[in-house]
Design a protein around this ligand. Sequence first.
Ligand code: S3P
Length: 165
Amino acid sequence: MKIVLVGYMGSGKSTIGKEISKIVGIPFYDLDEVIEKREQTSIKNIFETKGEIYFRKIEHEILNDFLEGNDDFILALGGGTPCYANNHVFLQNKDISSFYLKMSVEALVSRLKNEKEKRPIIANLSNDELDEFVRKHLFDRNYYYLQSKHIISTENKSVKEISDE
Ligand code: S3P
């Protein structure tokens, strides 16, 4: 079984992925962490020193390594992964179960206000700017996210409820 979790920054992809991993006994990976391990530095530092295009290239390569391998996995994508390098195409692949963890702008913003630093895309925005940025960004990205096979609304649900679903 190959499970991929899709969603905006702060939507809980890693938390839910770890929980599902316990339930179904398949190893969990966080794509950002795999990138950091391979590059031996933080996502923030990759953006600062090599730029976003380099990051998107590595992200695409590592995603392909997962998809082409024979092993089962639960993989939390980065918030931007399906939106670059034609990556969204695999969301409909017959061998992949893709889940979009859908959350409202309000809920995302309230989480992200305290979690901006390690996310270069939003790190320099004030909390006032964050609301408008996320609203527009999510509108653009929903086109890709909504190509997931399953859409799970996570609003007001516990980690266990979402993972069971
Ligand atoms: C990004 C989301 C981040 C990380 C990078 C870019 C994005 O992952 O991949 O900072 O473009 O939305 P999370 O969704 O885990 O924060």
